[in-house]
Design a protein around this ligand. Structure first.
Ligand code: BGC
Length: 361
């Protein structure tokens, strides 16, 4: 799809009030073809509406139509994740000789920043609009000791849509007072045939990842960087997600499917990004292509969705009804010196960029 000249627009509407009395808004921004709704609750992507091959527009992102369901039920649908995406073993790490404990919320481990992560905070929103892009900057100030993490963290995440149907996410953080660890991502779940439309087994995935980080039974990386060649983790050639998901491979048993950090291949381009993945749904033809500055990405095939609640379209979400592709530094990096570092020190700036380009094929 080439550039087009639709009108860039953005509007703000009330979405609800938290039990603490904080008002939550929904911002809806569009380029006339792709329309994205985001909540100030968790800086959350609520809806992503894109046309299919025939021009029929559907919402392809899992979510809810009300705030109480987000607060009570959401497995991070569309959430901005912080301070630390994915798991930290037993919630513990040591930095400069100091021990830190993050509250446990996933088996014996800490997941996505602990019990009350950035996904459950109300962010401050500022509209961004130029001739080329439209979107929102979300800001959140996390105090020293928030969820056990050291240092006061100032976080800004900017979500913008351009005229070429690319949603760009720019993460920015600085820490004051103490060094800390940071690993921000977004947890949008897609079903390119439309949310609530059933399994993503038929979606075709191409993944730029020569290796991945195998995990133990608690989904904590063992520390090994394993080549994907010859395994069901090799998506170098476009392959249906369901083709090998039931193969007899110990890592697929542990994850109940794909729930693994992939180590992205090659170097970043001049723009600081590298091709990470392309997903394609052959029936309706929608594609989403991901580029990122991050060294890794969690490919999660929606294994823990269990049909116990309904989403925005009043359909139950069952196992394998969506995928997430969370660009990131590797899980549990604070406990693995051989992984790229997630340490951020006062005076340094954390930046990270990911783009999702929507199209059809
Ligand atoms: C994790 C999964 C988890 C999912 C939803 C993913 O990032 O790797 O294990 O179930 O997030 O919380």
């Amino acid at each position: 799809m080439g550039s087009h000249h639709g009108r860039l627009s953005i509007r703000k509407d009330p979405f609800g009030t938290t039990p603490e009395g904080d008002e939550v808004d929904v911002y809806t921004f569009s380029n006339g073809r792709v329309t994205i709704s985001m909540l100030t609750w968790g800086a959350t992507i609520q809806r992503v509406e894109t046309p299919d091959r025939r021009g029929k527009t559907k919402n392809i992102s899992l979510g809810f139509d009300n705030l109480p369901d987000y607060a009570a039920l959401s497995p991070y649908f569309g959430s901005t994740i912080g301070r630390y995406g994915n798991r930290i073993a037993k919630g513990r790490f040591t930095l400069d000789g100091q021990n830190y404990q993050i509250p446990i919320n996933n088996g014996e481990n800490a997941l996505h920043g602990g019990t009350i992560g950035f996904d459950k905070k109300v962010w401050k929103a500022t509209v961004v609009q130029t001739d080329e892009i439209v979107g929102v900057t979300f800001g959140y100030l996390s105090p020293d000791g928030d969820m056990g993490f050291p240092g006061e963290l100032t976080t800004k995440v900017t979500y913008t849509l351009d005229r070429d149907d690319t949603l760009r996410i720019d993460y920015h953080a600085t820490v004051a007072g103490k060094p800390t660890v940071v690993n921000l991502t977004n947890h949008v779940y897609f079903n390119l045939a439309g949310e609530g439309s059933g399994s993503i087994d038929g979606h075709v995935l191409q993944l730029n990842a020569p290796s991945y980080t195998p995990v133990d039974a608690g989904l904590i990386p063992t520390g090994e960087i394993a080549p994907v060649a010859g395994t069901p983790f090799d998506f170098g050639k476009p392959t249906a997600i369901g083709k090998r998901i039931r193969d007899d491979h110990p890592q697929l048993v542990i994850g109940r499917g794909y729930d693994h950090n992939f180590v992205l291949g090659g170097d970043v381009d001049d723009d600081g990004l590298r091709f990470a993945a392309r997903f394609w749904e052959p029936e309706d033809g929608r594609t989403v292509t991901v580029h990122t500055s991050e060294p890794g990405a969690q490919f999660y095939s929606g294994n823990f969705l269990d049909g116990t609640f309904q989403g925005i379209g009043d359909k139950s979400y069952r196992q394998g009804d969506a995928f997430a592709f969370e660009t990131q530094h590797f899980p549990d990096s604070p406990n693995h010196p051989n992984f790229p570092s997630t340490v951020l020190r006062p005076g340094q700036t954390y930046t990270s960029t990911t783009t999702y380009t929507f199209g059809t094929k």
